[in-house]
Design a protein around this ligand. Structure first.
Ligand SMILES: Nc1ncnc2c1ncn2[C@@H]1O[C@H](COP(=O)(O)OP(=O)(O)OP(=O)(O)O)[C@@H](O)[C@H]1O
Ligand SMILES: [Mg+2]
Length: 254
């Protein structure tokens, strides 16, 4: 398939983000031009402070104050109302951020089912879908635990399950496996890989070069700019050790 036929989901032209004022002013994002097409799995690497999280925040419509142009699905985000941006954030974009807090008074399964409310899915169905994704994350025995009864790594996995449960078409992941051991990291990368194979776009920040083997493109940033941008031809499945059960839900019979 020729690349030109795939529409860009993200198109940045001269994107700049400045922090501070006067002498302390500096550009965390320094005139970035970037096009990401639907279905790409992009890994972003680079030293601490180079602007990775700042970029993800802008891509995820969490930060609206920047210079330059950002087109999301062909529309300049400047022209999208706040209300519509909120809808895009809750239905189309999945954030996998490390300190994504769970709602303390809701059980694990209810936390994971929460984003499905926006899709208008009835409660029993929501819990069924949440239960399926928790099984994929090897957390099915913790469904009715409360968040405070989980270990740090389990909490992180539940937060990631919640970010992915409504199959967002764009997944923004900031060090999704940061605090996890290699087995737990693998479970999460499998889930991201699965979403990628189903045609979703994934942009993942990582410090771990081994995880870039799952990506179809690796971007390195330096001082707010893109330093290198390489397409990867390595099959993402290459490093897999375990075979994951396929989720059989109506959602992926598209
Ligand atoms: N709210 C803010 N106010 C002022 N400066 C900020 C703010 N947020 C980020 N910065 C600065 O912008 C630069 C980029 O920060 P960013 O968090 O994007 O880095 P990063 O690449 O994600 O780093 P890390 O790998 O450590 O997470 C840093 O110099 C940081 O100090
Ligand atoms: Mg960061």
């Amino acid at each position: 398939m020729a690349d030109v036929t795939i529409p860009p989901v993200i198109h940045l032209r001269g994107l700049e983000k400045r922090f501070g004022i006067g002498d302390a002013e500096h550009s965390a994002i320094d005139h970035i031009n970037l096009t990401i097409k639907k279905g790409e799995f992009v890994a972003i690497m680079g030293p601490s402070g180079c602007g990775k999280t700042t970029l993800l925040n802008i891509l995820g419509l969490l930060d609206r104050s920047f210079d330059g142009d950002y087109e999301l699905d062909g529309q300049s985000v400047d022209t999208i109302s706040k209300r519509k941006q909120a809808r895009i954030r809750s239905q189309q974009i999945g954030f996998v951020f490390q300190n994504f807090n769970l709602v303390p008074r809701l059980s694990v399964i209810e936390n994971v089912a929460l984003p499905l409310i926006y899709k208008g899915i009835i409660r029993t169905k929501r819990l069924k879908i949440a239960s399926e994704i928790l099984r994929n994350f090897h957390l099915n025995e913790r469904e009715y635990y409360m968040p405070h009864q989980l270990s740090g790594g389990q909490t992180q996995r539940v937060a990631i399950a919640r970010a992915l449960v409504n199959e967002p078409s764009i997944i923004l992941a900031d060090e999704p496996t940061g605090n996890l051991d290699s087995r737990a990291s693998h479970i999460i990368m499998e889930e991201l890989s699965d979403l990628h194979k189903r045609g979703n776009t994934i942009i993942m920040v990582t410090h771990n070069p081994r995880l870039t083997t799952y990506a179809s493109r690796v971007i390195t940033m330096l001082d707010g700019r893109i330093d290198t941008d390489t397409k990867s031809h390595i099959a993402p499945q290459k490093n897999r050790r375990h075979k994951k059960p396929v989720r059989k839900t109506k959602r992926n019979k598209k």
